[in-house]
Design a protein around this ligand. Sequence first.
Ligand code: ATP
Ligand code: MG
Length: 262
Amino acid sequence: MAVALERASVSLGGHVVWRDASLEVAAGEFVAILGPNGAGKSTLLKALLGVVPLSAGTARVFGRPVRRGNDAVGYLPQRRRFDPDLRIRALDLVSLGLDGDRLGVPLPSPANAERVREMIELVGAGAYAGRPIGELSGGEQQRILIAQALVTGARMLMLDEPLESLDLNNQQAISDLIRTICQRRLVTVLLVAHDINPILPFVDRVVYVAGGRVLCGKPEEVIRTETLTRLYGAPVEVLRTSDGRIVVVGQHEPVSYHAADN
Ligand SMILES: Nc1ncnc2c1ncn2[C@@H]1O[C@H](COP(=O)(O)OP(=O)(O)OP(=O)(O)O)[C@@H](O)[C@H]1O
Ligand SMILES: [Mg+2]
């Protein structure tokens, strides 16, 4: 098991974010974490990173109790933005993922340079990897950050809204890429997403966080009117459009819309 959460609860600032969450993720699975703003999706990743303590229950990653600074886990926090004046090249930012946090400065070695180039190619960022990160568009920065998370060779990636600010085509391309990485390298991926549609063809399972609870299952089991209504404790309706998209209506904010509506 890559992740095992047993009857876990988290409280922050004296308020329960979610309680009694049980969840198991097998190695190599691609799991999407969904739910409305403020439901506790980022908190779930932070609990698994050992950054936020559980108030009850247990959390294990690769069979061991969670701990901070686990090299086996790569993490991409939500909404990372760079100062437009930041002059560091995108390429060098990726190589920081390799050796930056251990040694302070990246060690230039041909093997490392090759690995960095491979990851940049993998995320399709070759055309702008030599440019300063601060100059790149939000979507270009996201790709560079995904390359940085991947380059470590982590066995698990926790990606908090990595598809944010990508257009629909790029959301699909990156999801497809992450799927390939899961399969080829047996990397387990937990990915927080705002919209299930671009990732639906690629994910093995979804974790839905809402109403102070956490529910895990196959997309077709979880994203259903009855299941979500029970989870939210309020009427929620799951609609399927003629082009196969899923729209969840009746929750506090829409989770599904075309990226172009943004
Ligand atoms: N350090 C903190 N102290 C107190 N409350 C916190 C803290 N961090 C988060 N919270 C609260 O916990 C809840 C869950 O936050 P979290 O960031 O996990 O939500 P989320 O599902 O990731 O939301 P979003 O979709 O907006 O990113 C929110 O109500 C938030 O205000
Ligand atoms: Mg969040």
